[in-house]
Design a protein around this ligand. Structure first.
Ligand code: HXC
Length: 297
C-alpha cells in the first residue's frame, strides 16, 4: 500500500532497529528507509540480515546489517557504535527484537521466563542505555537542542491477562514501564522522546504463526471490532508517524495498533436478541417496579 506520508518525513535520519531483519521490524526498516532514513538492522542470524539488507538496498535505501544479540551488553555496545561509525550519528532506536512461545505458567521453567525477560525487557533497556550518549541533545552528530527518538515494540497482552503468555505479558509490561520512565527522565534531561507501539494480531508474522492457530483467523469476525487481522504496514505507518515531526509532542505513550481488539469480548447475544430482551425487561419492570414484591402490587 502507498504511504500517506510525504517521502521525506524522515530525511537525513539514521535509524537502528533490533529485530529489523524480519517481520514487523523489517517492515518498519523498509518504511523508515522509504521515508528518507538510513537503516542499520541488528539480529542474531547473519543470513536473515544479509537478505534484508539486499532488499533494502534494492529499494535505494542506505542499509547495513550488524549481527548481535540484545541479551549481550557487549553486542549492544558494538552495534550502536558500528552504526554511528558507518552513518556518522544515531537519531532513532527501534527495539523490535522479541522472543515468544506458548506455554502454561505451570510448565514455564524459570529459565524460560528469564529468557523472554532478557530478550524483551532487559534487551530493550540495554539498547536504550548504550544508545543514550548518541541520542541525547548535543551528542555526537546532534545539535544542542534536539534529542533523538526511541520506539519500543510492546503488546496488549498484559492490559488484562493472556492464556499461556505469562512470560511475555510480564516482559511487555516491563517495556511499557521503561517507555514511560525513560520518556520522563530522558525527555526532561536530553530531549529524547520515547514511545511504544502495541501491535495486535498482525498477519504474516512469527508472532501470528506461533500464537494464533489458523482456524482462529477465520473466526475474527466474531470477536474483533474491525473484523480483521492487521498488516505489518499498519504498524510501520504508526512508527513513521511517531518518529516524524508529526509526533513531536508525543512522549511516553504506547499506542495500541490492534483494531480495538484489546477492548473486545466475544459477542454472546446478537444485536436483535439484545433489542428483544431489553424491551421485554423494560415492560416487565414497568409492570413490577423494582424493590416491590409482586404480592404488594
Ligand atoms: C516451553 C520453552 C519453549 C517452549 C523455549 N523454552 N521454548 N519452554 N515451551 N516452546 C525454554 C527452554 O526450555 C529454556 O528453558 C529456555 O526457554 C531458553 O530456551 P532456548 O531454546 O535455549 O533459548 P534461545 O535459543 O535463546 O531461544 C529463545 C526463544 C526462541 C525465545 C526460546 O523462541 C527465539 O529465539 N525466538 C526469537 C524469535 C521469536 O520468538 N519471535 C516471536 C516474536 S512474537 P530451560 O529451563 O529448559 O533451560 C512476539 C509477539 C508478542 O513477540 C506479542 C503477541 C501478541
Amino acid at each position: 500500500m502507498e504511504s500517506p506520508f510525504r517521502a521525506d518525513v524522515l530525511i537525513g535520519k539514521v535509524a537502528l532497529l533490533t529485530g529489523g531483519g524480519s517481520g514487523i521490524g523489517f517492515e518498519i526498516s523498509a518504511q523508515f528507509g522509504k521515508h528518507g532514513a538510513s537503516i542499520a538492522i541488528m539480529g542474531r542470524r547473519k543470513n536473515v540480515l544479509d537478505d534484508a539488507v539486499l532488499v533494502l538496498q534494492s529499494l535505494g535505501i542506505p542499509a547495513i546489517g550488524l549481527v548481535g544479540d540484545v541479551r549481550k551488553q557487549e553486542d549492544a555496545q558494538r552495534v550502536v557504535e558500528a552504526t554511528v561509525k558507518h552513518f556518522g550519528k544515531l537519531d532513532i532506536l527501534v527495539n523490535a527484537a522479541a522472543g515468544n512461545f506458548l506455554v502454561s505458567a505451570e510448565d514455564l521453567s524459570p529459565n524460560g521466563f528469564k529468557t523472554v525477560m532478557d530478550i524483551d525487557s532487559v534487551g530493550t533497556f540495554t539498547m536504550c542505555h548504550e544508545a543514550l550518549k548518541y541520542l541525547k541533545k548535543g551528542g555526537p552528530g546532534r545539535c544542542s537542542e534536539h534529542g533523538g527518538f526511541i520506539l519500543n515494540i510492546s503488546a496488549t497482552l498484559h492490559y488484562t491477562a493472556a492464556w499461556y503468555q505469562l512470560h511475555v505479558s510480564a516482559a511487555k509490561a516491563a517495556i511499557d514501564a521503561l517507555t514511560r520512565n525513560l520518556a520522563l527522565e530522558w525527555g526532561t534531561d536530553y530531549d529524547i522522546r520515547v514511545n511504544g507501539i502495541a501491535p495486535g494480531p498482525i498477519g504474516d508474522t512469527t508472532g501470528m504463526s506461533k500464537l494464533v492457530p489458523p482456524e482462529m483467523n477465520s473466526k475474527a469476525r466474531d470477536y474483533m471490532p474491525l473484523y480483521k487481522v492487521g498488516e505489518k504496514w499498519d504498524i510501520a505507518m504508526a512508527a513513521v508517524y511517531l518518529a516524524s515531526d508529526a509526533g513531536k509532542y508525543i512522549n511516553g505513550t504506547t499506542m495500541p495498533v490492534d483494531g480495538g481488539l484489546w477492548l473486545s469480548k466475544p459477542r454472546h447475544l446478537s444485536k436483535d436478541a439484545v433489542k428483544q430482551l431489553s424491551r421485554t425487561v423494560e415492560k416487565r419492570s414497568r409492570a413490577t417496579p423494582a424493590g416491590l414484591p409482586t404480592s404488594k402490587l
